[in-house]
Design a protein around this ligand. Sequence first.
Ligand SMILES: NC(=O)c1ccc[n+]([C@@H]2O[C@H](COP(=O)([O-])OP(=O)(O)OC[C@H]3O[C@@H](n4cnc5c(N)ncnc54)[C@H](OP(=O)(O)O)[C@@H]3O)[C@@H](O)[C@H]2O)c1
Length: 225
Amino acid sequence: MPTVLIVGANRGIGAELARQYAALGWQVHATTRTGARPEALAGCGDNLVMHRLDVCDADQIAQLKRALGEVPLDVSIHAAGIYDREGGAFGSGPPIAPETVFAVNTEAPIKVAEAVFDNLVRAAPSRLVFLSSADGIRSNGRQLRVYGESKAALNDRIRHFAGLWAQRGVIGIAMHPGWVRTDMGGPDGPVLPEQSAAGIRITVDRLTPAQCGAFLDFRGNPLPW
Ligand SMILES: NC(=O)c1ccc[n+]([C@@H]2O[C@H](COP(=O)([O-])OP(=O)(O)OC[C@H]3O[C@@H](n4cnc5c(N)ncnc54)[C@H](OP(=O)(O)O)[C@@H]3O)[C@@H](O)[C@H]2O)c1
């Protein structure tokens, strides 16, 4: 049975990814800040194992590494992320400090990936997927918000490490999940979490080693940086 790690599975796209992989019979390791199984995953069976992880907490990242031990990971998907104001992209809440946005969206995904990298190498060729955003595309000339800057900086790191990951048989990519109807994407998002997660799964399944370092959307289309 293949094994997947979903980082940030409390709600939204991460929860739906965990639910779908579990329903398909995968061994699923999923993280939430509490470590409790969220309501959205209540119906999943024993092939779902929960872990407690605030992605900015170095001790908890180390604990996740210990808990996984030598488990080979076929896929790791980092879904945890925040917008740059409370209430998501279409909310009207107060801004979140840029250093917090960068800590969660840019630095934490790489630190978690480093912690589980040996597990991915054990299952090579394996997939290391970061939920980034089309809001982080610099080349279309728009002024980026703090959120977009944090995702563009994540993309920079993915491109920086891609060559090293490829040498070890790990296909690392940036993935835009679509504009998805979640707390972050808001109620008008045209893509449902079920559709986004299904597209991500299929795209991840079809990845080839030559795509290491790519930026793809959830339908598998390449995106500009
Ligand atoms: N929705 C969209 O339209 C869209 C578009 C482009 C990219 N994305 C990206 O896709 C990813 C998932 O988005 P979403 O729409 O599913 O967002 P969401 O519904 O707001 O869910 C965010 C998830 O991230 C978790 N999280 C946030 N900070 C965390 C932390 N410090 N430690 C651990 N978990 C943390 C949340 O956990 P809690 O419940 O504990 O807060 C929650 O499970 C994000 O990286 C987002 O930037 C989304």
